[in-house]
Design a protein around this ligand. Structure first.
Ligand code: FPP
Ligand code: MG
Ligand code: MG
Length: 325
């Protein structure tokens, strides 16, 4: 066996936790009708990176004797919450593809996708109740931030509000909050004191932004995401590079911003916008922004115990950046 407290031991423990989570997710999605079970398991079975469970399982390694059962349940809670939000998000975004498979709203219909999202959220609430009121409260506050972030994105920045600042606040709420909570749950199961939990939350929120900003960049720069490329662009959803571009008054940039802001339902126009944006220096500036955030995230880890789990969290921040490098 691996040396106690070694990196190998951590990785074996994380793997074992994630295997249990995988089984637990499918069980949690079971319902009393075949349709609901099938629809609720659909997005879970379509794949996904299980990034939030990985964070719970890894942060759990920061304590000497983590509560294993709690780690697994907490990891299921955050992934179920995430998946629930995706069912709703795909309805709002009219997405046809999720994780390389048909989205639930396309496979069934909007009402089924919405109710199945609610069902999964109910299942997550049931599980988190086993962990105690502090856990329920953090879960509830996270859910409130997810919803407010999603609404703020839908409503837009409003008069006199800096669009880039608004965008980053939306991402902190709709993505950063649940990723922060994943890290904090891991730390809670590990029995860490409040200052360490605060640091984990700050780290998580920052890598949550790195995660979403890099995802949005990949949506522009790559053709192999499991979603349709240029989805945000076509839907008129602002992203870090398009907001940076919109702040420029260079005539060529203004022209490209106008194209991006126009109706891109035509494949040729979308392709032109994508091609021009891909070749533009804002892509590299956006990458720089993402790299800077990953560095800030790693700095938050300094107050945590110097154990392999801390090193693993630092490497995770680097790996997120490598995806867009
Ligand atoms: C994906 O963003 C969406 C989110 C990260 C949050 C969505 C939150 C809600 C719908 C509210 C919460 C609801 C429940 C039931 C928990 P995106 O559309 O930018 O990403 P994508 O490219 O993966 O679709
Ligand atoms: Mg979406
Ligand atoms: Mg969305």
């Amino acid at each position: 066996g691996a040396v106690p407290g070694s990196r190998e031991e951590l990785e074996a423990a994380v793997r074992a936790r994630l295997e249990q989570v995988e089984r637990g997710l499918l069980v949690a999605a079971e319902a009393n009708t075949a349709l609901v079970t099938e629809a609720a398991q659909h997005i879970i079975r379509s794949g996904g990176k299980r990034f939030r469970p990985l964070l719970v399982a890894t942060a759990g390694g920061l304590g000497e004797v983590p509560a294993e059962e709690r780690l697994v349940v907490a990891a299921e809670v955050v992934e179920l919450t995430h998946v629930a939000s995706l069912y709703h998000d795909d309805v709002m975004d009219e997405a046809q593809l999720r994780r390389g498979a048909q989205s639930a709203n396309r496979r069934w219909q909007n009402s089924v996708a919405i109710l199945v999202g609610d069902y999964l959220f109910a299942r997550a609430s049931d599980l988190v109740a086993d962990l105690g009121p502090q856990w329920v409260q953090l879960q509830a506050r996270t859910f409130a931030r997810l919803v407010q972030g999603q609404i703020a994105e839908t409503v837009g920045p409003g008069e006199g509000v800096d669009p880039l600042g608004h965008h980053l606040a939306v991402l902190a709420d709709k993505t950063g909050s649940l990723i922060a909570t994943s890290c904090v749950f891991g730390g809670m199961a590990a029995g860490l004191p409040q200052p360490a939990l605060d640091a984990l939350g700050a780290y998580g929120e920052e890598i949550g932004l790195v995660f979403q900003l890099s995802d949005d960049l990949i949506d522009i720069t790559s053709d192999t995401t499991g979603k349709e490329p240029g989805t945000d662009l076509r839907a008129g959803v602002p992203t870090l590079p398009t907001l940076m571009l919109a702040a420029s008054d260079d005539p060529e940039d203004v022209d490209l911003t106008r194209l991006i802001g126009s109706d891109l339902s035509d494949a040729g126009r979308l392709d032109e916008a994508l091609t021009r944006l891909r070749a533009h220096p804002v892509i590299e500036r956006a990458r720089e922004h993402v790299r800077g955030r990953a560095e800030v995230a790693k700095q938050h880890l300094a107050v945590l115990p110097d154990v392999p789990a801390r090193e693993a969290l630092a490497e995770l921040a680097d790996q997120l950046v490598d995806r867009v490098a």
